[in-house]
Design a protein around this ligand. Sequence first.
Ligand SMILES: NC(=O)c1ccc[n+]([C@@H]2O[C@H](COP(=O)([O-])OP(=O)(O)OC[C@H]3O[C@@H](n4cnc5c(N)ncnc54)[C@H](OP(=O)(O)O)[C@@H]3O)[C@@H](O)[C@H]2O)c1
Length: 274
Amino acid sequence: MRNVSGSPAGKPRHGATGWSGVRGKRVVVTGGTRGLGEQIVRLLAAEGARVATCARTAEDLAALAASVDTAELFTDALDVTEPGRLESFVATSAKRFGGLDGVVACVGGSRGGRFERAEAEDWAATWEMNVGHTARLVRTAVPHLRAAGGGSVVVISSISGWKPGPYVQYGVAKSAQIQLAASLARELGPNGIRVNAVSPGSMLIPGRRWDRMRRDDPDGFAAFVAAELPGGAPVAPEEVARVVAFLLSDLSSGISGAHLPVDRAQNAPSPDGY
Ligand SMILES: NC(=O)c1ccc[n+]([C@@H]2O[C@H](COP(=O)([O-])OP(=O)(O)OC[C@H]3O[C@@H](n4cnc5c(N)ncnc54)[C@H](OP(=O)(O)O)[C@@H]3O)[C@@H](O)[C@H]2O)c1
């Protein structure tokens, strides 16, 4: 099993890549205070992009802004599932930046338990957090992207969106995001807008599920890695962030409608079976 070192949450764990593919791009990223979203925001800022991000916790947004070395970060505390708030955030971001060149739908997650315990409200909440928020984000951004002569949309799906595993309400929603990206790539292509889906594998995020399992159940974690992760370790959020930045950049101008797994050839999404 390969050793993957984490660093304390909130600390940048990578520098700029050295290429200027997103320099000056104006990008909205939902859910930028933790996990993958945080790494996307930090990388884009390091590369010279102008970034707007949101989360529900104002203190975390303030801490992020204080630790990112750019004057070009705009933050807003909101719940993306609250009607109208996401839309006004996108509009305000476009106004502050004088337009938009890209959006990243990164907020996502699951509500409820296994199939027989998951209620209708769990399905609805999971759908809205993943698919609903993505659709409203893109719909609101389209006029701004079109006005800029085109742009790039990145939808964060999951390995759970194309490989079976619990919880099914989550997998179904992440699967729908892949379909959404493929369809919108066709529908928005004539406007010069590219749309792609990125599916991370099980990411090793400090303090989150796989990191906790590595600490609390090292034998179970080692068995998970041996069975499902031929790369010898879960993918790191920084690795996924680099792919997202590439898709936002003009360097990827030929890619649209793609579904791009970033999972080191992971097999099952979790050790939880099916
Ligand atoms: N973690 C994994 O292993 C994994 C694997 C594959 C795919 N993914 C996908 O990758 C994406 C990011 O996952 P993650 O694990 O990195 O996320 P995370 O650590 O749970 O972070 C979520 C971020 O989104 C914000 N957020 C959550 N709900 C929100 C809401 N309703 N409105 C506004 N902001 C909200 C959080 O801040 P607040 O809590 O303050 O709102 C935080 O900034 C998700 O789409 C997830 O499905 C994750």
